[in-house]
Design a protein around this ligand. Structure first.
Ligand SMILES: Cc1cc2nc3c(=O)[nH]c(=O)nc-3n(C[C@H](O)[C@H](O)[C@H](O)COP(=O)(O)OP(=O)(O)OC[C@H]3O[C@@H](n4cnc5c(N)ncnc54)[C@H](O)[C@@H]3O)c2cc1C
Length: 506
């Protein structure tokens, strides 16, 4: 290993690999002065996972930063706007639903509206307009607003394979990333145990200063070669299997949902992601509670006629993550670092965060590499813990009676950190000061939407003296009603907006 990081070899060409390559290469402007040499090695024999179509609003900035036009992303990836998620049947299983929208409540950061709304279970509706925008299937912005802008906050639904293709083309043509199509057959180590090179089937071996493991669930470099232990979390989050289907629309002009629809089942839940050319629908479940056939039956019942004649693909995974993510001169990004489940689309967001950290903190010496690794590991460990708590929150407040859901409510399966949060929130609800700022993935608003949507009711009367801003709160709640009316009048139907916008930007 040389003293400064000049050559970075990324192994793996899935979403994680190409997104990491584009973030590092664009940050280091490798296209203009070759400051850093980014090489990406991808196997033509080992397929990518082929799912991962829901994203988080962070992707807006990421795509903009790496130099992509938003309209090109929509064209190439059959993309749609995602304004949040609708959780159906998670509380009672009787048709109940709530939204986790991406726009924060009115007055967020100045006043917490939760103690003032009429019905806390409708918190998302009384404090925010996006519930209605999603229910009516409207786009998050008007034609007057530019690329990556929007009255409502949003992320994307993207075709996973087209996303990879688009990023690859951008990396090779615009960002000077070198692509090698070959399979890594072995790895050589230096005396200090760091990775010296990866040995390929057909090309020369590749030496690098830093290796990024984006090999997916096989975790070839971090897990298999460097032996960093894997920490399972199936005692908290039980899902370990998924069935995925690509479902065509009946008509080309059928409406496209502008949010992920997450519908709870007797075991697990079904995701329904609307792209412009098809839907991506899948059932994630625990193999301890139902068989694959039962899960397929759930999925086909959900789809009805739309699923007839369409095959589904089974994906198994171990929920968990590695004890360390950066070991010596190797850092894992994507499925190779870990994966818990698709709920709330945290995986691609973690890829963005990890890649940005690597890009911004490329160590200038071997000694610094160790410090950087230690800091990265500590931040990421915190983030994984927060993801697990946040995802568990979606399950553990259910009133559903099936064994799978009851097991989620068993205190033995609830992390201590989440129990502590809930003990505090029993009297005040989550607010911004509960969270660690820069390292936080989900804002307090996300916790509020899920917590109250799931029927959790803090007892605000215990510290009633803190909640005396009735005039201001009532004004904001009224303002939200007006804004909702206004937006329902001005925003266009989602598919219509995308079609018009793309034809105007050709
Ligand atoms: C059911 C399910 C649903 C999901 N839904 C979402 C979602 O909605 N939102 C979200 O954010 N995330 C989601 N994820 C996670 C998301 O799919 C992944 O985080 C994302 O696709 C990144 O995958 P990856 O690039 O790490 O791995 P992969 O796509 O598996 O890519 C691995 C790459 O490594 C290469 N490779 C492997 N071994 C070698 C070798 N020896 N030599 C050379 N190359 C090699 C392969 O060829 C491939 O290119 C989901 C995951 C699952 C299982």
């Amino acid at each position: 290993m040389t003293n400064t990081v000049k050559t970075i070899a990324i192994v793996g060409g899935g979403t994680a690999g190409w997104l990491t390559a584009s973030i590092i290469a664009s940050h280091h402007k490798s296209a203009s002065n070759n400051s850093v040499n980014v090489i990406l090695i991808e196997s033509s024999n080992i397929p990518t996972i082929g799912v991962g179509e829901g994203t988080w609003p962070t992707l807006k900035n990421t795509l903009q930063d790496i130099g992509l036009k938003e309209s090109d992303v929509f064209r190439k990836c059959h993309a749609a706007f995602k304004q949040g998620a609708k959780f159906t049947n998670w509380v009672h299983g009787n048709g109940d639903f709530y939204y986790h929208p991406f726009t924060v409540p009115l007055g967020y950061g100045r006043i917490d509206l939760a103690p003032y709304v009429n019905n806390i279970e409708n918190y998302a509706i009384e404090s925010n307009f996006q519930h209605h925008i999603c229910e009516k299937g409207l786009a998050p912005r008007t034609f007057a607003e530019g690329e990556y802008q929007g009255t409502c906050n949003y992320a994307y639904h993207l075709d996973a394979s087209m996303l990879g293709e688009m990023l690859k083309e951008h990396c090779i043509n615009k960002l000077n990333v070198t692509q090698i199509v070959d399979t890594v057959k072995s790895v050589t180590l230096s005396n200090d145990g760091s990775i010296k090179s990866v040995v390929l089937n057909e090309h020369n071996e590749v030496d690098a200063d830093l290796f990024v493991d984006c090999t997916g669930a096989s975790s070839l470099l971090l897990g298999k070669t460097l032996g960093v232990p894997f920490k399972p979390v199936d005692d908290v989050l039980f899902n370990d299997s998924a069935l995925a289907m690509q479902v065509p629309y009946e008509n080309d002009d059928d409406p496209v949902a502008t949010h992920t629809i997450a519908t709870a089942q007797n075991t697990g839940w079904i995701w329904d992601i609307g792209l412009t050319h098809r839907r991506g629908v899948g059932h994630v479940y625990s193999s301890k509670y139902i068989t694959d056939d039962e899960a397929e039956n759930n999925l086909r019942t959900y789809l009805g006629k739309a699923g007839e004649g369409i095959s589904c693909r089974k994906i198994s995974y171990k929920p968990g993550y590695h004890e360390r993510f950066w070991e010596k001169n190797c850092v894992a990004v994507g499925m190779s670092a870990g994966f818990v489940e698709p709920l709330e689309a945290t995986a691609i967001m973690l890829v963005e965060i990890s890649a940005r950290y690597i890009a911004e903190n490329l160590p200038a010496s071997k000694e610094n590499m160790l410090i950087t690794a230690k800091r990265f590991n500590s931040q990421m460990d915190y983030r994984w813990g927060r993801i697990i708590d946040f995802l568990k929150l979606h399950y553990m407040l259910t009133k559903r009676k099936e064994p799978y859901w009851q097991a989620h409510c068993d205190p033995k399966t609830i992390p201590e950190s989440l129990k502590e949060d809930l003990a505090i929130w029993k009297y005040k609800g989550p607010t911004i000061s509960d969270f660690q700022g820069a390292n936080e993935l989900f804002p307090a608003a996300s916790y509020q939407y899920v917590l109250y949507g799931m029927g959790f009711k803090p007892d605000f009367t215990v510290q009633q003296h803190l909640y005396q801003e009735h005039l201001q709160a009532d004004r904001l709640i009224k303002r939200n009603e007006q804004l909702t009316e206004q937006m329902l009048q001005t925003l266009q139907p989602h598919r219509h907006f995308i079609n018009q916008w793309l034809s105007a930007t050709k």
